[in-house]
Design a protein around this ligand. Structure first.
Ligand SMILES: [Zn+2]
Length: 166
């Protein structure tokens, strides 16, 4: 829809499937639904796309799951703790695919201080997401997606420190 000319995470997933991994999971915790990624990956049974996002919100998609597409929408009225619980369920859905590779669409606009979105994650919460990556035992890579707060460098740092911790 114009935000990205190239879908980096989908390109990475499709490329990885030509190089050894047979099952790739994409975990997308950007606060917007990844409608482009869903569109590219839908119907590819070697990819599981798992998206956490605010709903309703731009772009308005991502309320339903089907086949290899798993959507975890949360409303802006939920608390940060509830949002982390939905994230935990979405992460479980990633692991249940038994992927050889996990690619992460790491958006930081679910942050409580983000000016574009109304979710409530804290800096520490992003550290927790990184810890989950470090604990899974599956190779992981992440690509930076959204994040519009001036705290963005701190959020990325928390995520990477959590990932490195274990
Ligand atoms: Zn976003």
């Amino acid at each position: 829809m114009g935000f990205c000319y190239l879908n980096s995470i989908a390109i990475a997933a499709l490329d990885a499937l030509t190089r050894g991994p047979t099952r790739v999971a994409i975990w997308d915790f950007d606060a917007h639904h990844g409608n482009g990624t869903e569109s590219i990956c839908e119907g590819n049974d070697r990819i599981r796309y798992v998206s956490f996002h605010q709903h309703p919100a731009y772009p308005g998609t991502g309320s339903l799951s089907r086949a290899n597409i798993f959507n975890f929408p949360v409303s802006a009225e939920t608390t940060g703790a509830q949002q982390m619980e939905v994230l935990r369920r979405s992460w479980k859905c990633v692991e249940e695919f038994w992927p050889d590779l996990i690619l992460v669409s790491a958006g930081f606009d679910a942050y409580e201080g983000d000016p574009l979105v109304s979710l409530a994650l804290t800096r520490d919460n992003f550290g927790t997401l990184g810890e989950w990556l470090s604990q899974t035992g599956v190779p992981c890579a992440a690509i930076l997606e959204g994040g519009y707060s001036s705290d963005l460098p701190l959020l990325i740092d928390a995520f990477l420190c959590g990932w490195e911790r274990h």
